[in-house]
Write a protein that binds this ligand. Structure first.
Ligand code: ADP
Ligand code: MG
Length: 732
């Protein structure tokens, strides 16, 4: 029997000799402290290399958010350059996060020429502070016409510069914000920074009203847990769908999937462990505090989790983590898949965005307190978050809406598209008791009057966990679980920061209005009660995967925005636009541009998938199916030649089944181009077009897949061109 490329790949993978980690784990523990952050122009390096006054000025910008003093730029740039050159860097780049959801960079060398033609290495403050990449090819959502294509990048000193090292040399990478010539943000970083300012300001204001005068700064913290698939690169290369779309568009369910639940937290295969060790060393060098690694639920699926950091730094670090994941996988002959649903029938990948607020005194504002005062503070912030999420369900949902995540949310493995909050039954009872002014069940204490001295003790470190909730309180932070694995965490955090800022603003304003001087505690307690009563509907502690919840949520009037076009419909509504504008996160034009880009990206993604599907079906699957058809027909003919009376009912049925599937596959495939064209030509705004891609194109794609997957289960194994799920997921 002949071997095709797919079978040759399997053969090669199983006969490959085992790989060991190139860092060779030995002695690593001793080197770890000096290894960590060794490629970062960190605080320690800055302190060591900058003149004292420059260092102090820079720190004030980073810590207190003071405006950057341009006078120090030359000095910082020079120190950065010397440090980078000592680490073999020849180039620098402004690194930014355009609306594509990826990162972008353009490299410049440190080379400059003297009058007599010699080369010297230079890096000026001007080059550090500002770059001018040609912005015309990045999506702007209508902000910038190509005739005014100039955009510029501006140094973000709050995120440290670092080195990207490859075998061909090193580059100094400077995190930046990206804006149009007219000053409008063209990226995800700028609004994220602005949203941190908004929530910081409103948190401090409220804390001052609560009597916490020593707090001068509050910032959001995030620890994004990252799920991913790791497969052999040879399989990846043989699947044009994985190459072009990052996920498989075809694939029959394997006989064994994840039913046996034998992968979750299982022993990590040697080859994968080697990859993980290399990966962690790379990330540690970049100062990314990776802490946890384990197998996930699906076969060949894994997870890593960092220690939390300030959200802006965590966002940069997560973008970098995704890049390094891919790089290191390549070095190990593997491909890292970050798509939300690379394989039908097994779990997809998400990114759990753990989120909280920290103050400059080292307190976590979502840590339930042990004193009545701390309790009150906790309850106030919790109530503000509950109010925010209930009022802005649409934005919370929109912040995780992508074509890829549509295959995951609500698929009985990931939170549903309905936004709700889990706080655990104990805490929920405490909140109920506040509303009803009674003692909570657990406390058994005396009848409670709602006042600060009578607040019940809060459950700490509740053992109750809920894996199905999109937004779960997990003891001292919220875990936003609906985020997609491949997406930047910028939008989810921009939305959280902004809507919570709005709620904190509301609380402060109400307290100021009602409070007067003196003891505000009764006023605050009344406000909390009123807020909880009004927004309690968003709390749900049951099974979010159940069909009962869908019905119950509808009864409660909660939104159920099932897919991206639905979720994006109100992104730039007048209410949302006004809120983003009020907190200086997005101007109205910036808000509109985000909606435009998100809708267009959805349509582009679906379109690329549809065209890949058409090509693969026409040039790979149909030919294999017809070859199989011919084999069956030849076989029938051969038997008839020998024995005209033979019973060929079964073979004829098989032939009819194959022929039928081929016909249907060809018909559906033939409709793709037409459907795509029709979707593109739809009248209306970008959201209407996104809806058309969903309604016109996706049903055709589903029909193509159905027939192709059926054929995969009939066609001779040696004829099938695409690596099968059973191979991709189980052969390493
Ligand atoms: P869990 O047991 O709830 O999964 P872990 O302690 O394992 O909690 O943390 C999971 C993730 O949450 C980690 O990435 C961690 O850094 C992050 N995390 C913990 N505390 C906070 C916090 N205060 N703010 C943001 N993220 C946090
Ligand atoms: Mg977790």
């Amino acid at each position: 029997m002949s071997t095709n490329a797919r079978q040759a790949a399997v053969e090669a993978i199983v006969t490959d000799k085992p790989r060991t980690p190139s860092t060779n784990g030995q002695g690593l523990q001793g080197r770890l402290p000096s290894l960590f952050g060794s490629l970062v122009f960190s605080d320690a390096v800055q302190r060591q290399r900058l003149p004292k006054s420059v260092y102090q000025t820079l720190r004030r910008t980073i810590d207190a958010g003071d405006e950057l003093d341009p006078k120090i730029a030359d000095s910082v740039a020079n120190a950065m350059k010397d440090w980078a050159i000592e680490h073999n860097a020849t180039h620098f780049t402004h690194w930014f996060q355009p609306m594509t959801g990826l990162t972008a960079q353009k490299h410049d060398s440190f080379i400059n020429q003297t009058a007599d033609g010699r080369a010297i290495l230079e890096f000026s403050g001007k080059e550090l502070i500002k770059g001018e990449p040609d912005a015309s090819s990045f999506p702007s959502g209508g902000i910038r016409a190509t005739f005014e294509a100039r955009g510029y990048t501006a140094w973000d000193p709050t995120s440290p510069a670092f080195l990207r090292v490859t075998s061909h040399g090193s580059t100094l990478v400077i995190p930046t914000a990206f804006a149009s010539w007219t000053g409008e943000a063209l990226d995800k970083k700028t609004p994220l920074l602005r949203s941190c300012e908004a929530i910081g300001k409103q948190s401090v204001r409220l804390l001052h009203l609560l009597g916490e005068k020593a707090v001068t700064k509050v910032y959001p913290t995030t620890g994004p847990e990252q799920e991913y698939f790791l497969i052999d690169r040879r399989f990846h290369a043989l699947r044009p769908d994985l190459v072009a779309c990052g996920r498989t568009l075809f694939g029959a369910r394997p006989p064994k999937g994840q039913e046996l639940e034998d992968h979750y937290f299982g022993t990590i295969p040697e080859r994968v462990l080697a990859f993980m060790m290399d990966l962690e060393v790379e990330l540690w060098k970049l100062g990314i505090p990776i802490k946890t690694r384990h197998n996930e639920v699906a076969p060949s699926q894994f997870e890593l989790a960092p220690i939390f950091e300030q959200v802006t730094v965590a966002t940069d670090h997560n973008m970098l983590t995704m890049e390094v994941l891919k790089d290191v996988a390549g070095r190990h002959g593997m491909a890292c898949l970050l798509a939300e649903k690379p394989f039908a029938g097994v779990n997809g990948s998400g990114k759990h965005n753990n989120w909280s607020l920290a103050d400059n005194l080292g307190n976590n504002l979502l840590e339930p307190g042990s004193t009545p005062h701390d309790n009150l503070k906790f309850i106030v912030f919790l109530s503000a978050i509950i109010r925010a999420v209930d009022l802005h369900q649409d934005l919370v949902r929109a912040s995780v809406a992508t074509a890829g995540n549509d295959h995951r949310l609500g698929a009985n493995e990931a939170p549903p598209a309905i936004v709700s909050i889990f706080v655990g039954s104990q805490l929920e009872d405490v909140l109920d008791s506040l509303i009803e002014t009674r003692a909570p069940k657990a406390s058994g204490g005396p009848e409670m009057r709602l006042g600060v001295n009578t607040l019940p003790p809060l459950p700490r470190d509740t053992s109750d966990r809920n894996r199905t909730s999109p937004f779960a309180f997990t003891g001292n932070k919220f875990e936003f679980r609906a985020v997609g694995a491949s997406q930047s965490i910028a939008y989810p955090n921009i939305v959280l920061n902004t809507i919570v800022a709005e709620s904190l603003d509301y609380f402060s304003t109400e307290i100021e209005k009602r409070g007067g001087a003196g003891d505000r505690r009764e006023v605050i307690a009344a406000l909390v009660r009123e807020t909880l009563k009004k927004h309690k509907r968003i709390l749900f502690s049951g099974d979010n995967y159940s069909t009962e919840w869908v019905a119950e949520a509808e009864k409660r009037g909660l939104l159920n925005l099932r897919d991206t076009p639905a979720a994006l419909a109100s992104f730039a509504s007048p209410t949302n636009t006004a809120m983003f504008d009020a907190y200086h996160v997005f101007s109205p034009r910036e808000c509109e541009s985000r909606a435009t880009v998100l809708n267009r990206m959805y349509a582009h993604r679906v379109s690329v998938e549809a065209l890949s599907m058409r090509d693969i079906a026409s040039t790979m699957i149909l030919p294999a199916a017809m070859m199989c058809q011919k084999r069956v027909a030849d076989s029938i003919q051969s038997v008839i030649n020998v024995n005209p009376q033979a019973d060929l009912k079964s073979q004829r049925e098989l032939l009819a089944q194959i022929t039928d599937a081929i016909n249907k596959l060809r018909t559906a495939t033939g409709e793709i181009s037409k459907a795509r064209h029709a979707a593109e030509e739809t009248k209306g705004n970008d959201n209407a077009i996104a809806h058309a891609f969903r309604d016109i194109l996706i049903p055709v794609m589903n029909r193509v897949r159905e027939q192709a997957d059926l054929l995969e289960q009939i066609v001779d194994d040696d004829l099938w061109p695409l690596p099968k799920y059973r191979e991709i997921l189980f052969v390493h």
